[in-house]
Design a binder for this molecule. Structure first.
Ligand code: SF4
Length: 386
């Protein structure tokens, strides 16, 4: 409490860091240790650049009244060049203007932005969902209030964050919201990671969007899903000679979003009007009888509610753990995944898995139904104890 305060502000990535390894969290957020900044372009900065470019394009579209659905390839090129021109002037000490090598990288990044804008335009032609907020910030002093997590002993954790994109639509008299997150690497939403607290961001953002829908967008809304979009420039590999249209179709497939959706065919068709046995837009498909295929990533309303409660429970447990002073060197290990691979604090923690006194926290691999079952149990047990 002395270090963080009885009433403190946290982010979802901070919570995920705590669940990855309590010492990593302590080193970063307690001791405030940071690596020395170097004048080089790393993956997180590239992610920031894509976010800034896509936000710039959205603002420009709003300012000029253009529709995503009507964007031509030439307009996408122009918008991406203008966005990069604008952003590179301010971005990371103008690194992209610093050497010929960085000028070349900047051209490559502009191509990625262009391709992504084009794919977003094509996706918009199939969808009833429209962006209602881009880079929507929540937290103290932001457009939306923080997500308040009550902790033990009257303490409180206030979550802040920034949601890449919130989309909404009305279907059969009900309003729905979904979250779209732009990632510079390909990412799936794995319910095992949600269960262990190492992937809470998207579902927390959906919770915030649903919680504040009325005051924010003027109506109550139900959750329709969470989706990741991979910002990239795809390489199409084929043995066949493809026409322009087929190439475009293949490119669009590579932008298919990943995540979880509400298991309501009417709502999901609102995200892809051409939804059939396959989809180039979302991780769902329909059988001939109109129900979802087994491979579809869908959750029932009840399960979405369970997941929402569970994620809040995880936040609360993390907040209590932080204030109880949990700073153990105790990284998780889930199959061959462990946080030490990308952690900056190895020279500080000196974690050595060959030392019998130090060990990983081994997480069992679960399938989606097993993860959901464990979440249901935890939520129910929590309800009984409170
Ligand atoms: S290197 Fe591993 S054990 Fe050390 S702080 Fe990072 S995550 Fe924890």
């Amino acid at each position: 409490e002395g270090l963080y305060g009885k009433n403190f502000v946290s982010s979802v990535s901070r919570i995920e860091s705590y669940y990855s390894c309590p010492f990593q969290h302590f080193a970063s957020y307690g001791l405030g240790l940071q690596e020395r900044m170097e004048f080089t372009l790393e993956a997180p900065s590239i992610g920031d650049l894509f976010h800034a470019a896509l936000k710039w394009v959205s603002d420009e579209m709003n300012r000029t009244g253009k529709s995503w659905m009507e964007l031509s390839k030439e307009q996408c090129w122009q918008l991406s060049r203008d966005a990069m021109e604008h952003i590179t002037q301010m971005f990371f000490n103008r690194i992209l203007l610093s050497t010929s090598r960085y000028h070349y990288i900047r051209r490559k990044l502009t191509q990625i932005v262009m391709r992504t804008i084009f794919a977003l335009g094509k996706q918009a032609t199939k969808s009833m969902f429209r962006p209602i907020a881009i880079e929507a910030a929540f937290g103290p002093g932001e457009q939306l209030p923080p997500l308040e997590i009550p902790l033990r002993h009257g303490n409180q954790m206030n979550l802040r964050g920034r949601i890449d994109r919130v989309d909404a639509t009305e279907i059969d008299g009900r309003n729905y919201v979904r979250i779209v997150d732009y990632k510079s690497s390909s990412k799936q939403l794995d319910l095992t990671d949600v269960y262990y607290g190492i992937s809470l961001q998207m579902l927390t953002y959906l919770d915030v969007a649903v919680e504040h829908a009325e005051e924010w967008i003027g109506f109550k809304a139900d959750p329709a899903g969470v989706l990741y979009l991979h910002v990239h420039n795809p390489m199409i590999r084929t043995e066949l000679e493809l026409t322009e249209d087929l190439i475009e179709e293949e490119i669009l497939k590579s932008y298919k979003m990943r995540g979880y959706l509400l298991d309501d065919p009417g709502v999901v068709m609102g995200m892809d009007a051409q939804l059939g046995k396959t989809s180039t837009v979302i991780p769902a498909a329909l059988k001939t009888d109109g129900t979802f295929t087994k491979a579809s990533k869908v959750l029932s309303t009840d399960d979405l509610q369970i997941v929402r409660k569970f994620v809040r429970q995880r936040h609360r447990q993390a907040g209590d753990g932080m204030l109880a002073g949990d700073a153990r060197v105790y990284p998780y290990r889930l199959k061959d995944k462990m946080p030490c691979q990308y952690c900056s604090y190895r020279s500080v923690c000196q974690f050595d898995p060959t030392n019998p006194e130090q060990k990983y926290r081994h997480y069992e691999s679960l399938n989606p139904e097993e993860s959901l079952e464990k979440m249901r149990k935890d939520v129910n047990d929590d309800g009984h104890s409170s």
